[in-house]
Design a protein around this ligand. Structure first.
Ligand SMILES: [Zn+2]
Length: 463
């Protein structure tokens, strides 16, 4: 049932219609089994005139009477919240809680009007002094029923993630409706209405948000162009602006609900306002040959036994990317903890992304390059003449002095195989940037160590 289940969780019921007879019903003489008898008969309205003979034949065949005021029509099961439409004006009864307009027809606010407001019984049982619950006008109540139509959702076990586009301009809301639908799919089980291309285990709020926005990026913002036989994604600026900031900004309300049997509890409500940043980031990354799907795949922690724990870190990393924060320390911990044999695309993405992150005391590009080069040399030399434990020892260094001492020790142990880049001593490593420098260096070192070891093993297999 998707988002609608949050505001209206009653079971679907059979629906049907009734087609009124044209001039009421009356007794008529008909012939049944060769005998003249009087039976109640009625005329179908003109719209269904062609069915009249079939209906009469059916009634005569079974000798039936007409007892209803119209033809009953069977229908499918549907969920139909009650709606009130009151165009006829009356005396003003007060102001609407949502739109502030005076209204002649007000109703009490409950979940079916606005998902985050409980009904009057809920308000009063928690707070008996609350007084009269707020009221809304019939227009706002009616509009509320259509909120889910615009949204995207994904069900994952007991969780439901919903993404509601929002703009202060109603015109903009109307304009983005069609382009956003490009990202929609029809799932017969109603468990989701978008399909993301990023692989498995998307189960926590920020990673699902990331996957949702990525889906919009792929299905709405880019179009594929074939050049020299190769397919390439090209950013459609017009489309992208149309669904983001043109005329009025568009935000996405990210909602995370947990099923509690009868109701859904809202665990998180977060407005995401940076879709332009996100779409450009994805595009820039892909232009450089960095594949987001590959990066997301490498962020799964397969050392965790329980599936729900496999993406704790990835969820955090996605949160940091969505909030434009550094992911360096999270990635560093992940590559050492998750025992990855190969993660080059992740290192490339990290270098690319960290260069864009702004913040006080962030390393310069040159300092970052020095750290990466140092790491590369360490990794290769350790693979040649040391053991993986050497990397852990270096990683444990708590201060710059400690770190430099460990480097000396490694140099002594590995000899000519290992040369420290001169820039390390020429000011690129400082007390201020030490933590960041070391983290970059260690990710790069482990990556090179893995690459060198895998080469060694391949050679070993051949000989
Ligand atoms: Zn209103």
């Amino acid at each position: 049932m998707g988002i609608a289940s949050i505001i209206f969780n009653k079971a679907p019921r059979p629906v049907g219609g009734i087609l009124k007879w044209k001039d009421g019903k009356r007794k008529k003489e008909v012939i049944i089994d060769g005998k003249r008898v009087k039976k109640t008969r009625a005329k179908l309205p003109d719209s269904h005139k062609d069915l009249q003979k079939r209906m009469d034949d059916f009634l005569n065949k079974y000798g039936l009477e007409i007892t209803t005021s119209g033809l009953l029509i069977d229908g499918p099961n549907q969920i139909r919240p009650k709606v009130k439409i009151e165009v006829k004006r009356g005396k003003n009864k007060g102001c609407c809680y949502l739109c502030g307009q005076p209204s002649y027809s007000l109703e009490e606010v409950k979940e079916t009007v606005f998902p985050f407001i409980t009904g009057s019984s809920g308000v009063l049982s928690f707070n008996p002094q609350a007084g009269k619950p707020e009221k809304v006008c019939w227009k706002c109540s009616l509009l509320g029923k259509f909120v889910p139509v615009n949204g995207f959702y994904l069900t994952q076990g007991d969780y439901l993630f919903a993404f509601l586009p929002y703009s202060p301009s109603l015109e903009k809301m109307l304009e983005v409706f069609d382009p956003l639908r490009d990202a929609e799919i029809k799932d017969p089980n109603l468990l989701k209405n978008f399909d993301h291309p990023l692989g498995g285990y998307f189960q926590r709020p920020f990673e699902v948000t990331f996957a949702f926005l990525y889906t919009l990026y792929q299905k709405v913002c880019v179009h594929k162009v074939a050049t020299e036989g190769k397919e390439k994604n090209v950013l459609d600026w017009g489309k992208m602006l149309e669904i983001t900031i043109s005329k009025a900004p568009l935000e996405f309300f990210v909602l995370d609900f947990e099923s509690k049997g009868q109701t859904y509890a809202c665990k998180m409500a977060w407005p995401f306002r940076d879709s332009v940043y996100f779409f450009r980031l994805m595009h820039e990354a892909e232009q450089r040959g960095l594949y987001v799907k590959q990066v997301m795949h490498l962020l799964i922690d397969r050392t965790q036994k329980k599936n729900e724990n496999k993406t704790l870190t990835r969820n955090k990393i996605c949160e940091h990317i969505l909030k434009k924060l550094s992911i360096l320390s999270l990635v560093e911990r992940h590559v050492f903890h998750a025992n990855l044999d190969y993660f080059k695309p992740l290192l490339d993405f990290l270098i690319f992304y960290e260069n864009l992150v702004e913040g006080e005391g962030k390393m310069t590009k040159e300092e970052q390059e020095t750290a990466v080069t140092l790491g590369k040399r360490i990794g290769m030399a350790v693979a040649e003449g040391g053991k993986k434990g050497d990397l852990y020892a270096l990683r444990k260094a708590r201060t710059k002095v400690d770190f430099l001492e460990q480097l000396n020790r490694l140099q002594f142990k590995l000899g000519n195989d290992f040369v420290v880049p001169a820039q390390v001593y020429e000011g690129n490593l400082t007390d201020e940037n030490f933590t960041e420098f070391k983290q970059f260096c260690m990710v790069s070192a482990l990556n090179s160590f893995n690459a060198a070891m895998s080469n060694k093993n391949k050679k070993g297999d051949q000989s």
